[in-house]
Write a protein that binds this ligand. Structure first.
Ligand code: ADP
Ligand code: MG
Length: 587
């Protein structure tokens, strides 16, 4: 169709056509461009698709290789495992065989052990039987040993009793020897002593080899060796207690109440244990001791306890006990119980005289009546205090003086009770000389006694009664050491020479009695004069030798042992007994 109007339709259309054609061309160009772009894109797509294809292939390849690798790995693991299993199986096999071997071996060994055990058990059974046999034998032996020991002990006791009777019959002096333990003060060295000599001096040289023998064994350079034994009635070693020592002394106290005089005397050098044995440790210095340890008490306090115990078994009032305490210092006798007008105790010098009957006596000596052991101890302690404080005593050392504690036991005997035989008559005659006819005779107005009878009836009967006195003398001698005179002067020299003189006088007296000389020199010293009746008379005399064990004191120990040996040999004739009736509590 053609356009209408001024320009006619042709040009418009033509323009329009051109426009359209233009547009068409533009469109076409665009289409071409797009197609080109499309193609390019196609190309790109194709390229990409190619890449993608390749990538897929690669991935697939990778997958396959990965798969293969995994397969490979798996298969190698499996083979490894297989191999390991194989090896394990092999190991198992070898282990199994080893275990088999082992169990076989074990079985073998087990059998062998079982066999051994069985033989051992059999052996043990056999041994058990043998052991039982041995046990039975041992039991039998033990029993027979006990029997033998018992018999031995009984025989020993019998032998001792026989020996004691023999000693008594012969009038021998009993000698016991006590070896004290080594003590710290033994170790103090002297100034001039060399180390070597000091060491040697500490060695023990005196031993108790049994309960009757002392052995002194010593070899010193420059001296002849010593190997000597000494026999005594009893020997105590260092471990033996005060109890044991007293047990052997106690029977003498029974004799005392049976009418015998008794004297117990400690002999030995200073420090050898005389005071310890007689009184106990430190009794003199420390008076509190007495109550502290009863087991340490010495012979004097124990003897008194025992004496009062024995008296307590007798009828009341039939015995009473008086005490005197005397010190012999520088050949003078001091009465340690003497009192002044105010009642104060002080040591007074006394004399020793010989009575018409030939007995020794100390006129004016203080006798205190005591009713029990503690009263006695109280008195002795008072006396001992005085001994220490004695004005003339230069050395406070107790061993510078001899101490004599005397207990006089007076027994009331009715005239009817005296024996009637000729022998009794003889003794009565002898006794009557020393028996006073009034009862009770009080020697000291201050003394009191609960054991004394005092009723009028008894006093009336006094005429008929007689008193028999027996005496217990307890002596702690001064140290027996022979101190070298050089370097000792003045009072010490006098003391030492007095001690030496009195102890050698004692030895002389014993010598004279042993040789049965007509004259016994009792009066050569106050000590022997005072102890005359005990040493030479009819007392049962026990000398307690005290010995220090160490070499340091060898000379003194040998001297003491020699003294004891000589004392033992003294024969004084049969010990006489005062004629006492047998008193019993029921009487
Ligand atoms: P002495 O009186 O002979 O000079 P002592 O009796 O004073 O000697 O003894 C000297 C020291 O030895 C004291 O300290 C005493 O206690 C001690 N002593 C003596 N004998 C014994 C003993 N058997 N056991 C223990 N100590 C003892
Ligand atoms: Mg002493």
């Amino acid at each position: 169709m053609r356009p209408r109007g001024g320009l006619g339709p042709g040009p418009v259309w033509a323009q329009r056509v051109r426009q359209l054609e233009q547009r068409a061309r533009t469109q076409e160009e665009r289409i071409i461009a797009l197609e080109t772009e499309n193609a390019a894109l196609h190309l790109k797509l194709a390229a990409y698709q190619g890449w993608a294809g390749r990538s897929v292939n690669e991935i697939l390849q990778l997958y396959s290789t990965h798969g293969q690798q995994q397969k490979l790995q798996r298969s190698s693991l499996v083979t490894h495992l297989h191999e390991a299993i194989k090896r394990l199986k092999q190991d198992m096999k070898s282990l199994h065989s080893f275990a088999l071997e082992l169990s076989k071996d074990f079985q073998r060994q087990y059998k062998a052990c079982l066999y051994q055990i069985l033989t051992a058990v059999q052996g043990i059974q056999l041994q058990n039987e043998a052991m039982q046999m041995f046990q039975m034998k041992a039991f039998d032996l033990e029993q027979s040993l006990q029997e033998v020991t018992g018999r031995y002990e009984r025989e020993k006791q019998r032998r001792r009793a026989l020996h004691n009777s023999l000693v008594e019959l012969r009038g021998n002096i009993r000698v016991h020897c006590r070896i004290r333990p080594s003590l710290p003060f033994d170790h103090a060295a002297g100034h001039s002593v060399s180390q070597e000599r000091h060491r040697n001096s500490l060695e023990n040289v005196a031993y108790a080899i049994d309960d009757e023998t002392v052995l002194v064994k010593c070899s010193r350079p420059g001296h002849a060796p010593i190997n000597k034994t000494f026999q005594f009635e009893r020997v105590y070693n260092a471990t033996e207690s005060q109890d044991t020592v007293f047990a052997d002394v106690a029977p003498l106290l029974t004799s005392l109440l049976d009418g015998y005089n008794v004297c117990i005397m400690a002999y030995g050098q200073t420090g050898s244990g005389k005071t310890y044995t007689m009184l106990g440790p430190q009794l003199e210095e420390n008076l509190a001791f007495v109550n502290e340890d009863e087991s340490e008490l010495g012979i004097i306090p124990r003897a008194t306890q025992e004496l009062f115990r024995l008296i307590s078994e007798k009828p009341a009032g039939s015995y009473w006990v008086e005490v005197s305490v005397v010190e012999v210092y520088n050949n003078e006798v001091f009465d340690l119980l003497a009192k002044d007008s105010c009642g104060k105790v002080f040591g007074i010098k006394r004399d020793v005289v010989t009575t018409r009957e030939g007995k020794s006596d100390v006129p004016l000596l203080t006798y205190e009546t005591v009713a029990n052991a503690s009263e006695f101890l109280h008195l002795v302690i008072k006396g001992l205090q005085l001994r220490v404080r004695h004005p003339t005593l230069v050395h406070a050392h107790s061993s510078r003086s001899h101490l004599v504690v005397t207990l006089t036991i007076t027994t009331i005997v009715s005239g009817d009770n005296f024996g009637t035989s000729w022998e009794d008559e003889q003794i009565n005659q002898r006794l009557n000389k020393e028996v006073s006819c009034s009862y009770p005779q009080k020697r000291d107005s201050r003394s009191t006694s609960s054991s004394r009878a005092s009723s009028p009836a008894q006093l009336e009967a006094a005429e008929k009664l007689k008193q028999v006195k027996t005496r217990l003398q307890l002596v702690d001698l001064a140290g027996s050491e022979c101190v070298g005179m050089s370097g000792v002067t003045g009072a010490a020299l006098r003391e030492t020479s007095c001690i030496n003189r009195s102890l050698s006088a004692l030895a002389d007296v014993l010598g004279a009695i042993a040789e049965q000389r007509s004259h016994v020199p009792y009066r050569n010293s106050k000590l022997t004069h005072l102890l005359q009746d005990s040493v030479g008379g009819d007392a049962k005399l026990l000398v307690m030798l005290c010995i220090s064990p160490s070499q340091k004191y060898l000379t003194e120990s040998m001297q003491s042992l020699g003294f004891g040996t000589r004392a033992r040999q003294v024969q004084r004739g049969q010990i006489k007994k005062r004629n006492l009736p047998v008193l019993s509590k029921t009487k």
